[in-house]
Design a binder for this molecule. Structure first.
Ligand SMILES: [Zn+2]
Length: 322
């Protein structure tokens, strides 16, 4: 229900953005040069986000969510979320350093503040809200990197093509750097983008997962204070000891034998505020002053707690920091 309301709000908001854009065409000198707006990553991001939320809104209202969900989750984690974070941090980072590199002062007369913030700030807000409100399945490691790589290569090819065919650089900064500088700038940008879009490796035990590392299980497993005192009822009769296979806990549910009730289970995972959450909160507080609540909304910043769904006993955890 929360999901449907969110997508409806996003749907109408983005209809408004499209309408707004037609009311105020906001065509700058740069937009009249070769390839128009399509040479800007910001424009790609804005268009992709509009298309994405229009699809989500339609899927939520026409009972198509089941079919759309697998595409949505891939699109969200590989493109929509990392791309908007990338566009926003690059834009505001460069803007604070020297606005002439990304948004020269004469654009203030052309682009309205609302539209500027929609393209460079709000895009991130919507994706963070979505990460908080909607549960997504993270894509596999390989497909994540493959699609992200394809996306980077496509955009890089467009930037080069615009320069070779039209004689303009999409970003003034590219014109200022020599070829080594351009390569370094693109390389760093792609590395940052990959870092943000890189999905976690698949949990151990699933198809395609790597074998457990050699130093596994760790020497201190199971911890001495486990199971927690009081978790077992006092034994009434001799207990048959079942040699449970040590389990490796990742961020996702795993199949195992419950140490407490001996049932074959798939663990139930929930996320709790951990050390990483607070570190990110502190960093964001000092950098932005107000976005410090965001890590508390995003599961990836928290510790994963595994419980047995049948007896509710705690069976393991994965710290976000480890
Ligand atoms: Zn159990």
């Amino acid at each position: 229900m929360r999901e449907k309301s969110f997508y409806n709000a996003m749907f109408w908001y983005h209809i408004f953005v499209v309408w707004y854009r037609y009311q105020f065409p906001m065509i700058s000198e740069e937009d009249r040069t070769f390839a128009g707006r399509w040479k800007y990553l910001t424009h790609w991001n804005a268009m992709l986000q509009i298309a994405y939320y229009l699809c989500c809104g339609l899927a939520a209202n026409y009972n198509l969510m089941e079919k759309w969900e697998p595409v949505r989750d891939q699109a969200f984690y590989i493109i929509i979320l990392p791309l908007s974070v990338f566009v926003s941090t690059m834009f505001w980072g460069l803007y604070l350093y020297d606005r002439d590199l990304v948004f020269p002062a004469h654009l203030d007369k052309v682009v309205t503040p609302f539209f500027n913030h929609q393209k460079h700030s709000a895009v991130v807000l919507w994706t963070f809200l979505e990460a908080a409100v909607v549960h997504h399945r993270k894509p596999g490691h390989f497909e994540g990197h493959f699609v992200a790589g394809l996306f980077c290569a496509t955009y890089l090819a467009v930037v080069l093509w615009v320069h070779l065919a039209g004689g303009v650089w999409a970003y003034p900064i590219l014109g200022l750097l020599n070829w080594g500088g351009k390569a370094a700038f693109s390389g760093i940008s792609i590395a940052v983008y990959f870092q943000m879009s890189a999905p976690p490796p698949p949990p151990y035990g699933q198809a395609g997962a790597a074998p457990p590392p050699a130093n596994y299980p760790p020497a201190n497993y199971p911890p001495a204070n486990y199971p927690p005192p009081g978790a077992y009822p006092p034994p009434q009769a001799p207990v048959v000891v079942v040699a449970a296979q040590p389990a490796y806990f990742g961020r996702y549910p795993i199949n195992m034998t419950c140490n407490n009730c001996q049932a074959q289970i798939q663990t139930a995972v929930h996320y709790e505020t951990g050390v990483l959450t607070w570190i990110l909160c502190a960093v964001l507080f000092f950098v932005t002053g107000f976005c410090c609540f965001i890590p508390f909304l995003i599961d990836a910043c928290k510790d994963a707690i595994h419980k047995c769904p049948s007896c509710q006993a705690f069976v393991g955890r994965k710290d976000a920091l480890s």
